[in-house]
Design a protein around this ligand. Structure first.
Ligand code: NDP
Ligand code: KPL
Length: 303
């Protein structure tokens, strides 16, 4: 199968980054709830500006064509209804790629979607300026695979085209583990910076540092109980190393959850903290800090 045409459903920061990067290598259609602007601009980390004209569509009136692959780049909070709308419109064997952070929506969609489903876990960073511009804040790495380890050839092809397009990617057999590792990092950083309105790097100083450590302790115990290891090192020291490395590397960032709070959008706390709380309950482990942040974010959202 040649990945000739890509639909990108969810024309936000990540969706527009992928669309603009792919535009010189494949036919790209951006699909939104309302019509996205066809002329889009990408500011690259190297300071270049790329302007491209893209195909556009709305999810309620999809084009009468069959894409080679569909990328779902909505937030985790809206991924399931968006995938249901797509499933009603597309052939049963259409491949789908899920780009959401957190854990939960991927399993639910993999069970419901009739065709192949891949998940992507990425450390690319992007944010939008209005309806026509996206900034690619920094290069990262993307891992792609199916939760059940199938569709390796499709994952390799997709990683190939993304890499060619400037988004360094590789197929992996353990995407579930990679999603949980990213969730661990997001759970230690995002609730705190969202609550206190601070850049990631400020977590290194009092009074926040001890609050990050308290979260890491709970997260490390939950990960150990789930049999999930940090990428380097062992146990809590490995998780500590990973979290503080990311905080150092993204010190100037306003994390995605803080940006959602500032924009009055729903946060992804259910996808990021929810699975940790469920695992803590399963293993009868303390999760007082995770619970407190979950409650705060849930309450904030309902006001
Ligand atoms: N931005 C980044 O750098 C990274 C993001 N991620 C993850 O990627 C996912 C997307 O993040 P991000 O791009 O930042 O989020 P954004 O909020 O910028 O974009 C989400 C987009 O999805 C659209 N959308 C929502 N529901 C639908 C629907 N039913 N049909 C079509 N479009 C829809 C939204 O449109 P509307 O304006 O109408 O709400 C919005 O344009 C998240 O899970 C995030 O955690 C992962 C790594 C990096
Ligand atoms: C790693 C981190 C916290 C970087 O800001 C991120 O992924 C996010 O903002 O959601």
């Amino acid at each position: 199968m040649t990945l000739f045409s890509h639909w990108i459903v969810g024309p936000g920061a990540l969706g527009r980054l992928i669309a603009l990067r792919l535009a010189d290598h494949a036919r790209v259609t951006l699909v939104g709830r309302r019509p996205p602007s066809p002329i889009q601009r990408l500011m690259t980390p190297e300071g270049e500006t790329l302007t491209r004209r893209l195909g556009v569509a709305v999810i309620g009136a999809l084009p009468d064509e069959t894409p080679s692959i569909v990328h779902l780049t909505t937030k985790a909070t809206t991924a399931l209804p968006a995938s249901d709308a797509l499933a009603r419109a597309l052939p049963m064997d259409s491949p789908l790629v899920l780009w959401q952070n957190g854990v939960g929506s991927q399993q639910a969609i993999t069970q419901r979607w009739p065709g192949p489903v891949l998940c992507a876990s990425t450390t690319e960073g992007a944010h939008v300026q209005g309806d026509t511009q996206v900034t690619h804040a920094g290069h990262g790495r993307t891992f792609i695979g199916a939760l059940d380890g199938r569709h390796r050839e499709l994952a390799s092809q997709l990683a190939g085209v993304l890499t060619l397009a400037g988004l360094s990617s590789e197929p992996v057999d353990d995407i579930g583990v990679r999603l949980w590792r990213k969730l661990a990092v997001n759970a230690a950083i995002n609730p705190l910076v969202a609550r206190f309105g601070i850049a990631n790097g400020e977590l290194r100083d009092p009074p926040y540092r001890s609050q990050v450590e308290a979260l890491i302790e709970e997260i490390a115990a939950i990960m150990a109980a789930e049999g999930l290891k940090p990428p380097e090192g062992e146990g809590i020291d490995g998780w500590r190393q990973l979290v503080w490395q990311v905080i150092d590397a993204t010190a100037g960032n306003l994390a995605s959850m803080l940006q959602d709070v500032m924009a009055g959008r729903p946060t992804e706390h259910e996808a990021i903290l929810g699975p940790l709380l469920a695992a803590a309950r399963r293993h009868k482990l303390p999760a007082e800090h995770i619970e407190m942040h979950f409650r705060y974010l849930a309450a904030h959202q309902s006001t």
